[in-house]
Design a binder for this molecule. Structure first.
Ligand code: FPP
Length: 268
């Protein structure tokens, strides 16, 4: 049986695996990413317009962000608005834009005080100017924080992010600043909008749907997936704790045969 030190390092998995031998349940996770699904169904079940489902979704987001550091997470990434969500009715798109603004306006001071660093993933161009400004303000005012990382994917699509990374490397080659042979997985990963966060350990989708929907396609290569049968507006600390418990019961093998325990998962 190969020792952990014989095991190849999985791409993007952070520190080299240490101390693993034989099946090992995962500890962690450090980084959870959530597809917050089910706002519309939550509203419909109550005879309300979809927009009220999104508003209730913001409260669920607040509860979840507040609980995450106490549950041992270092980073939470949430899918707030996808590049495909522009296809929704104009009123709903404008409600979602308004909600991100409201969330930042009402919570930025608290997030900054509580040591949360906020990053917005996704294409800035295409966002209304006032949303771009508020997003930049949130990033600037929390840039010094290190206790917890909140990444909000907004106007984000993973394929678009991968294309942007490829284009930016191609431009460097064109400018004579890099050679095609310089490109490897680590270099490519450093060009993705998620490059500053820890590796994604767990992707959660709420509402019972079981799809990835163009979210973190590269980053989730070795993430565990948990699908929870709860509509996003009902989400909070208990549901997040349940997802984490399910993650901890999984064996992570990163394509190898033995489960590995990485330094990031609490090994000495
Ligand atoms: C999916 O529910 C949810 C979204 C498209 C957006 C998630 C947005 C929020 C939680 C609120 C605002 C976000 C931020 C970042 C402040 P759905 O509308 O697809 O629900 P359905 O599948 O039941 O119709």
């Amino acid at each position: 049986m190969p020792s952990a030190s014989d095991q190849a390092q999985p791409p993007g998995s952070g520190p080299a695996p240490v101390g693993a031998s034989g099946p090992q349940a995962a500890s962690g996770p450090r980084h959870v990413a959530i597809i917050m699904d089910g706002n519309g169904r939550w509203a419909k079940a109550r005879g309300m317009p979809r927009t009220l489902g999104h508003r209730a979704g913001v409260n669920a987001l607040k509860r979840t962000v507040e609980a995450a550091p106490d549950l041992g997470l270092e980073c939470l990434t949430v899918f707030g608005f996808s590049t495909e969500n522009w296809r929704r009715p104009v009123a709903e798109v404008s409600e979602l834009m308004g909600l991100v603004k409201l969330y930042v306006q009402t919570d930025l001071a608290r997030l900054a005080r509580e040591g949360v660093r906020v990053r917005i993933l996704g294409r800035r161009e295409g966002l209304p100017a006032d949303i771009r400004d508020i997003v930049e303000e949130a990033e600037a005012k929390t840039a010094h924080n290190t206790r917890f990382h909140l990444q909000v994917a907004f106007n984000y699509g993973s394929r678009a992010d991968i294309v942007d990374a490829a284009r930016s490397f191609a431009l460097r080659v064109e400018a004579g600043e890099a050679q095609a042979s310089d490109l490897d997985e680590a270099r490519f990963e450093s060009l993705l909008s998620t490059a500053k966060g820890p590796p994604v350990d767990l992707v959660v989708r709420t509402s019972g749907e079981q799809r990835i929907s163009n979210f973190l396609l590269w980053e989730a290569a070795y993430a565990e997936l948990v699908f929870q049968d709860i509509l996003w507006p009902d989400y909070g600390p208990e549901a997040l704790a349940a997802a984490i418990a399910e993650f901890r019961g999984r064996e992570r093998r990163f394509g190898g045969v033995d489960a590995v325990k990485t330094a990031s998962q609490g090994a000495a």
